[in-house]
Ligand binder design. Structure first.
Ligand SMILES: Cc1cc2nc3c(=O)[nH]c(=O)nc-3n(C[C@H](O)[C@H](O)[C@H](O)COP(=O)(O)OP(=O)(O)OC[C@H]3O[C@@H](n4cnc5c(N)ncnc54)[C@H](O)[C@@H]3O)c2cc1C
Length: 457
């Protein structure tokens, strides 16, 4: 594939990026809008959204379904004005010629370079982990009870934090675990009163204010925490099987930080209408500075930044295509959707039934990459998009996924034999036996590529 040349590149497809894409598509830009992301937002796992205008109450999954349906309509209506790389990630950006940015994206296991006249960053945020605890993710540390609660059946678990996410996680975990503690550094619960009241009334829950986790303990798996009582200064140790860390979010701005001004939280500094320190680069949503992190605010900022970017493009003059460049790209999944081939293809194409798992996956001679996932888990949905793309590319490997709520027998087998503590988890099997395992919430494509590379050794 040659260098792609475009008018506007939008990184991220949460509410900020999606709204920017709507405005960008409707502008019918001659150099097209290029969208680079997976599909999904941070709020996918939340049980209840009550502040989206016109919809008094819906779940995060319902919200995402609305966006998915709208996105599909957008692609069908405006496909002549869009380039779509899904699933994909922006991994770097540099200033190219005057008024042009060279964006490096990771797509289908390859690097692709896109030269763009305007760049709109809407890459949002991700869960913050405790320092030094990175290697325990999937080995005792989790963030999302919607995803992982059922993997902690009968275990001892702490939720660390007291905001709404921590409270929702505590409510969800309570049904599964044998012992539940909510620990947090502040004097009082900081989430909304209704959730706080529901958490306080959970039978058997221990609530520990003024508690700071000093370190996490364990070797291969998390075995406990060392914590400090901030009122007395006394330290103690508690044995645990699981720790749900809900202490805020970090912004996804690493690929842009080298050239664009950020503040001490890593947020890209937004100077009104999403303008940043560089001409032609705009930011929307949680990745930017200044505003409260909310769905409707991200969407509003996406609209504002996109219209500012369109005005900027008009101000620098008409689009003149680069002689050696490509002008169009649509992911195979999007093309098959346009051909009426089935929209599920964008999201998933690899789930097996319990029977297929025992009769085909475990008996398969050769390599299988198994994705253990759960519907409604945003990391799983991101990973599934990269997993599906890798499957298309590597016909020599069997790719299969099992789903926590659907494949009770397969999941029981995996839980008993593999001690899975997090979804998504990828397991490389050879002749039905595990040879490697990877868990990664940030860069699922990277871990899938690592497992593919192991099959080539
Ligand atoms: C558990 C939870 C519950 C919430 N509940 C509510 C609520 O009830 N009401 C409310 O108003 N707000 C809620 N929020 C906040 C709300 O979800 C965010 O403010 C909003 O999603 C921000 O939108 P965004 O488009 O900026 O980013 P995000 O939603 O974070 O989307 C960013 C997108 O960019 C993609 N991306 C990341 N890095 C890259 C890259 N390098 N290249 C390309 N793409 C990339 C991501 O995968 C994602 O698709 C909640 C948040 C959480 C975590």
């Amino acid at each position: 594939m040659k260098l792609l040349y475009t008018d506007m590149l939008i990184a991220g497809l949460g509410p900020g990026g999606f709204t920017a894409a709507l405005y960008g598509a409707e502008a019918l830009l001659p150099g097209k809008v290029t969208i680079v992301s997976n599909i999904g937002s941070q709020a996918d796992t939340t049980p209840e959204i009550t502040n989206w205008p016109g919809v008094p109450r819906m779940s995060g999954q319902d919200f995402q379904k609305m966006i998915n349906d709208h996105f599909e309509e957008l692609i069908i209506k405006y496909h002549d004005y869009l380039n779509v790389f899904i699933p994909a990630r922006v991994v770097g950006v540099e200033l190219a010629a005057k008024d042009q940015y060279m964006v490096n994206i990771r797509h289908d296991g390859k690097n692709q370079y896109v030269l763009t006249r305007a760049l709109l960053i809407a890459t949002g945020a991700r869960n913050r982990n405790l320092k030094g605890a990175e290697h325990f993710v999937g080995k005792g540390i989790s963030f999302c009870a919607t995803c992982d609660a059922s993997l902690y059946e009968g275990r001892k678990v702490w939720v660390y934090g007291s905001g709404n996410t921590a409270l929702e996680n505590a409510i969800m975990l309570h049904k599964h675990v044998s012992s539940l503690t909510l620990a947090f550094v502040t004097d009082n619960i900081s989430g909304v009163p209704d959730l706080a009241r529901r958490v306080r009334s959970l039978p058997g829950i221990t609530i520990m204010p003024q508690t700071e986790i000093v370190s996490v303990l364990g070797d291969a798996n998390l075995t406990g925490v060392r914590f400090k009582n901030l009122a007395t200064g006394k330290e103690d140790v508690k044995a645990l099987n699981g720790l749900f860390v809900n202490i805020g979010m970090d912004v996804n701005t690493d690929p842009f930080k080298d050239i664009i001004e950020t503040n001490r939280y890593g947020e890209i500094i937004s100077r009104g209408r999403g303008r940043t320190s560089l001409p032609g680069v705009f930011v929307a949503g949680d990745a930017g500075s200044g505003s409260k992190k909310q769905l409707i605010i991200a969407a509003g900022k996406g609209a504002d930044a996109a219209t500012a970017a369109i005005e900027y493009l008009t101000s620098i003059g008409p689009f003149t295509p680069c002689a050696d460049c490509d002008q169009a790209y649509l992911s195979p999944q999007i093309l098959s959707m346009l051909e009426g081939d089935k929209k599920e293809k964008i999201y998933s194409a690899t789930d097996v039934s319990d029977d297929e798992f025992f009769e085909e996956v475990l008996t398969h001679k050769g390599y299988t990459i198994l994705d253990v996932r759960k519907n409604g888990c945003p990391d799983c949905e991101v990973a599934e998009q990269f997993f599906g793309a890798a499957k298309e590319e590597h016909g020599e490997i069997k790719f299969s996924s099992i789903e926590l709520d659907r494949n009770s027998l397969a999941v029981e087998w995996v839980r008993n034999n593999e001690n899975i503590q997090h979804v998504p988890t990828f397991i490389l099997l050879f002749d039905g036996k595990e040879v490697a395992r990877r868990v990664d919430m940030e860069q699922p494509w990277k871990v899938i590529e690592e497992l593919i590379a192991l099959t080539e050794e």
